[in-house]
Design a protein around this ligand. Sequence first.
Ligand code: ZN
Length: 243
Amino acid sequence: MRTAILTDIHANLPALEAVIARANELGVERWVCLGDTVGYAAEPNECCALVRERVSFSLLGNHDAAVAGRMSYDYYYAAARDALEWTTGQMTADNLAWLKSLPYTVREGAIEYSHGSPLQPDQYEYIFVLDQAAELLPVLGDLADVTFIGHSHLPRAFSLSDDGADDVYEEEVEIRPGAKYIISIGSVGQPRDHDPRACFGIWDDVARKVEFHRVAYPVEPAAAKILEAGLSEHFARRLFVGT
Ligand code: ZN
């Protein structure tokens, strides 16, 4: 089964549409979302609708949690907080109820899905450098074989075993027996690795590999909508450069 893994869409509809089109071309049979469907950009309801009609499940990202009233806005800097307040005012009752209902994690056998670190998923800790991955070594036995995370907006892959932690990132990461893996799927709607193309992953449980995919999408309309909505210019500008 080929599962498309989307995360951190952040209300960027043109990016999401491009990712859906590419994933369909790549023979995806199932969809999951690791959270943060809303926040930053200007089409939260449209993105929620596309996610909801496709995914087997979505997780609760920190932006989703703030908009749903499940987390304090204090966690955010002023511009992000303004965007969250704007988003809360835009959400349909139905989409808001959906956000309120989302789980922090989902476990499917040897595979776990979490927005941030799986250790305390409601704390939204980041894992995007090797040292952060290595902090999980003491709980190696409790980890799923593969844990898919989002949150940092950076595509990363780490293996953990009794020999320590390793950076194993490649466009295709083979999942081998004898190690556990933390796979950080980059962001659909606000990539931060200086590559502005939308990012998503495919987990192929037969080939036992994770594929990272990038898709160029029309950034201008997404940026224009952000400015029209009166949201921070910075959220529009960063989309062109992937930061
Ligand atoms: Zn995010």
